[in-house]
Design a protein around this ligand. Structure first.
Ligand code: NDP
Length: 241
C-alpha cells in the first residue's frame, strides 16, 4: 500500500495503524528525516515499511514510488493519495502563490498519483484508490475558496474514476474521505494571521485525532471487494461548517 503525505498527520497515523494490521506500507513525502524515522519505528515493532522521498507535484516522482513499491513488495493493492496543504485565506488577501500551491499539490498531486498507478491497477484488477478530500469539499466557508475548490475537485474526480473503471471493467475501488477538523500540522500552512487565529480556535474546540481518520482508511480497505465505499464524513457532529 502506498501512502502519500505519510510524514505527518493523517498519513502518518494511517501508516502506523495499517502496518500494525499487517499491511506492507510504502511511505512518500518530501521530508526524508520524518519518513526514515517512521519507517524505523514501524520496523522496530515488526511491521513492513519502506519510504521514498517524493514531491507529488512531479509526475515522475509518482511513477517512481509505484515502481519502488512493486520492487519491494511485488504489487500495489492500495494507493492512499493524502498529501495536501491548507493555507486558507480570504480572497481579498490575494495570496496567489498559495492558491497555485494548493492547486499543484491538492489537485495535480492526486492526478499524478492516479495517472501513475492506473496501468498497474488495470493489469491487476482490482486496485483501490483512497483520497483525502475534506468537509471543505462539501461545504463552502469564508477563507476556504481555493482549498475547498481543490477538495471539491477530488470529490468529482473520484466519482468519475469509480464510474469509468466500472464501465471499463477494471473495477477500481474508490473511497473518498471527508475529514472535518483534524489536529495535525496542516494549520501551520496558514499564513494569513486572522485566518490562522480563527482556525486555531476552531480546532481547539472541535479538533479530533488523526487516528480517527486512520481507522476510516482501515475500514475502507477492509470492505469486501464487491462493495464500493465512496464517502465517509468524519468529524464532530456539532461541526459549525
Ligand atoms: P499534515 O500537514 O500533517 O500532513 C500533510 C502531508 O502532506 C505531510 O506528510 C506533507 O509531507 C505532505 N505533503 C505536502 N506537500 C507535499 C508534496 N508536494 N509532495 C509530497 N507530500 C506533500 O496535514 P494533514 O494530515 O491534516 O493533511 C493530510 C490531508 O488531509 C491533506 O490532503 C489535507 O488537505 C486533508 N485534510 C486535513 C484536514 C485537517 O483538519 N487536518 C481536514 C480535511 C482534510 P512533507 O511536508 O514532508 O512533504
Amino acid at each position: 500500500m502506498i501512502i502519500t503525505g505519510a510524514s505527518s498527520g493523517i498519513g502518518e497515523a494511517s501508516a502506523r495503524l495499517l502496518a500494525a494490521k499487517g499491511a506492507k506500507v510504502v511511505l512518500g513525502a518530501r521530508r526524508e528525516d520524518r519518513l526514515k524515522q517512521l519507517v524505523e519505528e514501524i520496523r522496530s515493532i515488526g511491521g513492513q515499511a519502506v519510504g521514498q522521498v517524493m514531491d507529488v507535484v512531479n509526475p515522475s516522482d509518482n511513477s517512481a514510488i509505484v515502481e519502488f513499491a512493486k520492487e519491494h513488495f511485488g504489487r500495489v493493492d492500495v494507493i492512499f493519495l493524502n498529501a495536501g496543504l491548507m493555507p486558507s485565506s480570504p480572497l481579498s488577501a490575494r495570496k496567489t502563490d498559495e492558491w497555485n500551491q494548493m492547486v499543484d499539490v491538492n489537485i495535480k498531486g492526486v492526478l499524478n498519483g492516479v495517472a501513475a498507478v492506473l496501468p498497474t491497477f488495470a493489469d491487476q484488477k482490482p486496485g483501490h484508490v483512497i483520497t483525502t478530500s475534506s468537509v471543505a469539499g462539501l461545504k463552502a466557508y469564508p477563507g476556504g475558496a481555493v482549498y475547498g475548490g481543490t477538495k471539491w475537485f477530488v470529490r468529482d474526480f473520484m466519482e468519475v474514476l469509480r464510474m469509468e473503471s466500472a464501465q471499463e471493467g477494471t473495477n477500481i475501488r474508490t473511497a473518498t474521505i471527508y475529514p472535518a477538523a483534524i489536529n495535525t500540522e496542516s494549520l501551520d500552512t496558514i499564513t494569513h494571521e486572522g485566518m490562522a487565529e480563527g482556525m486555531t480556535a476552531l480546532y481547539q474546540q472541535y479538533g479530533i485525532s488523526a487516528d480517527r481518520i486512520a481507522n476510516v482508511v482501515a475500514f475502507a480497505i477492509d470492505q469486501p471487494e464487491d462493495t464500493n465505499v465512496n464517502e465517509f464524513t468524519v468529524g464532530p457532529t456539532a461541526q459549525p461548517w
